[in-house]
Write a protein that binds this ligand. Structure first.
Ligand code: DGL
Length: 282
């Protein structure tokens, strides 16, 4: 039996993966643009955050998640996580997919974000705020250099931002300290920045604080809607993939943490209450 046959061949939902809750901000935008499809969300909350983990571990965990979503019937998986997109996507696309099932697809969130930045920045000085892993990978720098070589990119790692969000502290006074500190660091390194990419899917939850400390006139890029637009465009161009997605309009939520914990925190990210199922990866 070929390895391809180990996954269900009948149409299935679109899989969305994140280390935790952040991918829900991506799912929310995708679902509002394409409510007709079925979605299967997987948050590896038990092992989040990924942002401070090594390249090998993020790759290993992400591959496990992709394999799990394929086994649950997904033909298309979106890594709704910049850290996983930066550290695991290319290896999975190039080395693993051809063996697992060459007709399935895994897409990330970085490329759609990079594509639009050239049309937004006037000064051609762009800032990236992201996890340590994403910044150290330099994926944004490399991708922007390919598409917009005239843009100067400055990255700022914000290692406390994901823990603040995962622990429901994004509205607390403690969050002010770290948000202000990282924004000040970024702008002191390049005062000409006129556009800042929030390169982590958890960060939209900190938007009130970010707006408070970001000087007026600096464009803040939230990536969810651009990822949604890009996916819609992809499915229009790849009708064979669109035909392998079921259209029941449902969303199902899986987490590696206790379901109750996920349910109580997820509502803030997706704007509605939900039920979750606990699953085990690896
Ligand atoms: N949402 C993930 C991202 O976009 C957070 C990473 C983490 O778990 O640290 O990078």
């Amino acid at each position: 039996m070929s390895r391809t046959n180990k996954y269900p061949q009948s149409p299935g939902p679109i899989g969305i993966f994140d280390s935790g809750y952040g991918g829900l901000t991506i799912l929310r935008q995708i679902r509002s643009l394409m409510p007709q499809y079925d979605y299967l969300y997987l948050g590896d909350n038990a092992r989040a955050p990924y942002g401070t983990r090594s390249f090998d571990i993020v790759y290993e965990f992400t591959l496990q998640a992709v394999q799990y979503l394929f086994a649950r019937g997904c033909h298309l998986v979106i890594l709704g996580c910049n850290t996983a997109s930066a550290k695991a996507l290319r290896s999975i696309q190039q080395n693993d997919l051809p063996q697992m099932d060459p007709r399935r697809r895994v897409l990330g969130v970085i490329r759609p974000t990079v594509e639009i930045v050239g049309g937004i920045s006037q000064s051609r000085h762009v800032g990236i705020m992201a996890t340590m892993g994403t910044i150290r990978s330099a994926t944004y720098n490399l991708e922007i250099a390919k598409l917009h070589p005239d843009i100067k990119v400055t990255g700022e790692a914000c290692p406390m931002w994901v823990p603040l969000v995962e622990n429901n502290e994004y509205d607390s006074p403690g969050a002010d300290y770290f948000v202000q500190k990282n924004i000040d660091n970024l702008l002191s390194r390049d005062p000409e920045i006129d556009c800042v990419i929030l390169g982590c899917t958890h960060y939209p939850l900190l938007l009130n604080k970010i707006r408070k400390y970001m000087p007026a006139g600096i464009h803040i890029i939230e990536q969810g809607r651009y990822v949604a637009d890009s996916l819609q465009d992809y499915l229009r161009r790849h009708t064979e993939m669109a035909a392998r997605i079921t259209s029941g309009g449902t969303a199902t939520f899986l987490t590696t943490e206790q379901a109750g914990t996920f349910q109580s925190r997820a509502a803030a990210f997706i704007g509605e209450s939900l039920m979750a199922e606990r699953v085990y990866l690896g």
